[in-house]
Each structure stands twice: as C-alpha cells, then as structure tokens.
Design a protein around this ligand. Structure first.
Ligand code: NAD
Length: 236
C-alpha cells in the first residue's frame, strides 16, 4: 500500500507554522488536505483552507461537514491550531487563560468528537502538544497545562478508540514560527529556548517529519504516544 496516496486529511492551524508545514508535507506526499484556520494562509497553497474557529462548536461541526463532503470521507485529523499567552500565577488572568484553553483544549476535543462521526474503518488523530508539558516554564503554567491536557487526552482517546482509531501526539520544542517569534525574543529567553543538546531552535518542516511518520498507512501499531521533536530537550 502507498503510505499517503489519497489519504483525506484535515489540518487545523494550517495557515501558519507547524500546521502549514505539515499540510505541505502531506500534500506533497499524495494526501488530500484541507486546512482549518481563522484566516487563509499568506502564501499560495496547493490545498484549500476553510475558515474555522476550532474553539467554536458550530464552526467546527459546519466546517467538518463541508470538508468531509469535499474530501469524500475522512482519514486523519491533525490538531495543530494553538495559541500561547503567558500566565504568571501571581497575576493569573482567568479570562485570558479561558480563551487559550478554548483553542488549545476545547478545539482538539471538538475536532476529535466531530471526526469520530466521519471516520471510516480506520481513523487517526494527531495532536500537537509541547515540550513545556514535560519541562514546565516559569510564567507559562496556563499554556503548559493546556499542553499537558493534550497528552492526557491523547492517552485516554487511544485506549477508548483502539483499534479503530490511532491517537498520537507530538511535543515540539521551540520551533521557528510566528507563535515563537524567536527573532524578537529577549536574550535570556533565547538562551533558554536554545538550551537543548542541539543548541538551536527547530524548523516547522522538522516537526512535519514526525507528523508524516504518524500519518503513514505503514505506521499501524503505535497509539497513545507523544513523540518529542525538540533537539533532545526532554528525554523520557
Ligand atoms: P502559528 O501561530 O504559526 O500557527 C498557529 C495557527 O493556528 C495560526 O495560523 C492561527 O491562525 C491558528 N489558530 C489560532 N487560533 C485558532 C482558532 N481558534 N481556530 C482555528 N485556527 C486557529 O503557531 P505554531 O508555532 O505553528 O503552532 C502550532 C502548534 O504547535 C500550536 O498548538 C502550538 O501550541 C504548538 N507548539 C508550537 C511551538 C513553537 O515553538 N512554535 C512549540 C511547541 C508547540
């Protein structure tokens, strides 16, 4: 069997960064891809984007219907849409946290639930977590917590849905995207972000390689896992 030919894939957050690189890699490998994002990609892509707010129940359900209709079915959902805001505990802003959790946790839950209604004999969910779920980060407990939730959801869904649906996650380290905004970072944070064995931040295409691995039709006995793509920052 061909690893990717004709796979029908939805990538949330497909307009930028890791989602864009993953959608690109899958489309180049022969998959049929549709991106869900708040806005269209800035660059031209070979796949369409459906404007969707993953935090909104009706938006997810509506876009999923349209996408499945266009794709003629659904094989894989990649939950990549996410936002990161700092939440130092002493001034923890609950409204800000709730907005972030709605995108980072509620989004993947809504996507997974809707996808279950459309998956055929097999389905795959690939969730994007973060190294901060393992390492923690001072001032970012809210974000790190949403990513810890993603790893926990991945494990429970993997048990609940096996063997029909494979559910795995990826925990990227710092990746060169608009979310990280590395060029405009202070020196201290830059040192922290490059403090892994590789001594550098990663590229979106390097995370896309892990997405390709988990999306391949040949990857058939792996579920409930979270693969770190972080230059060795977290080893476990
Ligand atoms: P990015 O900002 O480049 O891309 C994120 C995309 O998600 C954007 O296109 C944005 O419009 C979209 N998005 C945001 N809110 C949305 C919503 N409500 N509905 C639909 N789309 C929405 O960021 P990225 O760095 O590519 O991040 C992708 C994922 O990887 C996120 O979940 C992020 O938390 C995670 N991550 C990133 C890094 C990093 O260093 N860049 C590290 C670890 C994990």
């Amino acid at each position: 069997v061909a690893a990717y030919e004709g796979l029908r894939v939805i990538v949330t957050g497909g307009a930028s960064g890791i989602g864009l690189a993953s959608a690109d890699a899958l489309a180049a490998a022969g998959a049929q891809v549709i991106g869900f994002d708040l806005h269209p990609p800035e660059q031209a892509t070979t796949w369409p984007t459906i404007i969707t707010n993953v935090a909104d129940e009706a938006s997810v359900a509506g876009s999923m219907e349209v996408a499945v209709d266009q794709l003629g079915g659904l094989d894989i959902v990649i939950n990549c849409a996410g936002i990161c805001v700092d939440t130092p505990l002493a001034n923890f802003d609950i409204a800000t946290y709730d907005r972030m959790a709605a995108v980072n946790i509620r989004g993947p839950i809504l996507m997974a639930r809707e996808a279950l209604r459309h998956f055929g004999e097999n389905g795959r969910i690939i969730n994007i977590a973060s190294e901060l779920a393992y390492l923690g980060r001072a001032g970012f407990s809210g974000y790190a917590g949403t990513k810890g939730a993603i790893i926990s959801l991945t494990r429970s869904w993997a048990r609940e849905l096996a063997p029909r649906i494979q559910v795995n996650a990826i925990a990227p380290g710092p990746i060169d995207t608009p979310l990280l905004d590395f060029p405009n970072m202070g020196e201290e944070l830059k040192r922290l972000e490059t403090g892994n064995p590789y001594g550098r931040i990663g590229r979106p295409a390097e995370v896309a390689q892990a997405v390709l691995f988990l999306a391949s039709r040949h990857t058939t006995f792996i579920t409930g896992q979270c693969i770190s793509v972080d230059g060795g920052a977290a080893m476990h």
